[in-house]
Design a protein around this ligand. Structure first.
Ligand code: FDA
Length: 308
């Protein structure tokens, strides 16, 4: 029950204020977030790339509801891409963009505004030799996000989309992308969704993830297997072997601060592994989703608060 409660809390503005203001929370947040500014995230990018991993950088933010705010997020990505290029780290990096942070949730014209901003980021990424993937948010955004991915791929074929195994529609979305050669990140799904659109039980989501892996490995897409679950990684390896995908034809992705030992072990055994690294001050929603994924994180959080 704790998981759904935390996911509800992740969109509670009053609680956000209380948690964000708590000085001690910040110490726990640093387990999952590289830092508040570009210098901090660039240092982590460089460190991980020197350990044979690739990276994906996320400027934290979501549900931006005004044009000025959406432009500010776009500008953050443009500056980040400049810095990645100057540091020589763009080629082994990706930027991950939440469309709700660049305008998608603005009433009426949100889709077009997000498309325009994502186009500018994709152009800057291509110029820097960097990739871009559009994160997937709750189910109400899926049609718009997939359509923006399709549109951008005409000009920027390395634009990636994310599909969530918990959504009942995902098998159909995978079939739609199967012949496109798109970069596709498969995740279990981090949002609280109604039963009408999403599997609710862990075993159902895991079964859908395995099914998604089969579809993805059989397709012309570049599979990005985003999970910390060793059983899913084994299933991905088996599916890759079955469909003749070599180690350089797919990758594993994990989040910064989670299963770091497994990340290093996989990188050491020749797997392509990409670490997703968030930075910025707007960490509340991201942090609450990470707590919701694993109740033990809540205990860790409470112990840190109690220690002061
Ligand atoms: P599962 O939740 O079953 O966990 C398996 C094991 O991993 C756990 O037993 C534990 O050991 C470890 N683990 C998992 N989460 C942990 C945590 N928070 N803290 C500590 N240990 C943890 N979602 C989405 O809806 N849209 C998106 O765009 C993305 N993008 C994305 C990118 C990348 C690179 C990753 C890895 C994940 C996402 N996600 C996402 C999140 C995803 O949907 C999912 O919520 C998490 O990855 C947790 O699911 P697992 O597959 O790890 O399995």
């Amino acid at each position: 029950m704790l998981g759904p409660t935390l996911l509800r809390a992740s969109r509670n503005e009053r609680l956000r204020g209380v948690i964000e203001r708590n000085r001690l929370t910040r110490r726990v947040v640093t387990r999952f977030v590289a830092g508040e500014d570009r210098d901090a995230v660039l240092a982590v990018v460089h460190r991980l790339q020197s350990r044979d991993m690739t990276t994906s950088v996320d400027f934290l933010g979501e549900d931006v509801s005004d044009l000025a705010g959406a432009r500010r997020v776009r500008d953050q990505y443009l500056s980040l891409l400049d810095r990645l290029r100057e540091a020589g780290d763009a080629g082994r990096s990706e930027v991950s963009v939440k469309l709700s942070a660049v305008g998608q949730s603005i009433p009426k014209d949100g889709h077009e505004i997000a498309l325009g901003h994502a186009h500018q980021i994709a152009a800057a990424a291509a110029a820097a030799g960097c990739r871009m993937t559009l994160d997937m948010e709750d189910h109400t955004t899926v049609d718009s996000t997939l359509a923006i991915g399709d549109e951008l791929r005409h000009e920027f074929p390395l634009t990636g989309n994310v599909l969530q195994a918990n959504l009942r529609r995902t098998a159909g979305d995978l079939a739609h992308l199967a012949g496109t050669g798109a970069r596709v990140r498969l995740v279990k799904g981090a949002y609280r969704e109604p039963e009408s659109v999403a599997y609710q039980r862990k075993h159902e989501v895991d079964a859908a993830y395995r099914q998604g892996l089969q579809q993805l490995m059989a397709s012309t897409c570049y599979p990005m297997v985003a999970t910390h679950d060793p059983a899913m990684i084994r299933a991905a390896r088996d599916a890759a072997q079955r469909y003749g995908k070599g180690l350089d034809e797919w990758e594993i992705q994990m989040l910064y601060g989670i299963s770091a030992g497994l990340q290093a072990q996989l990188a050491g055994s020749g797997h392509a592994i990409r670490v997703y690294i968030p930075y910025g001050t707007d960490w509340y929603g991201y942090f609450m989703r990470r707590l919701a994924e694993r109740p033990a994180n809540v205990a860790f959080f409470l112990r840190a608060l109690a220690r002061g």
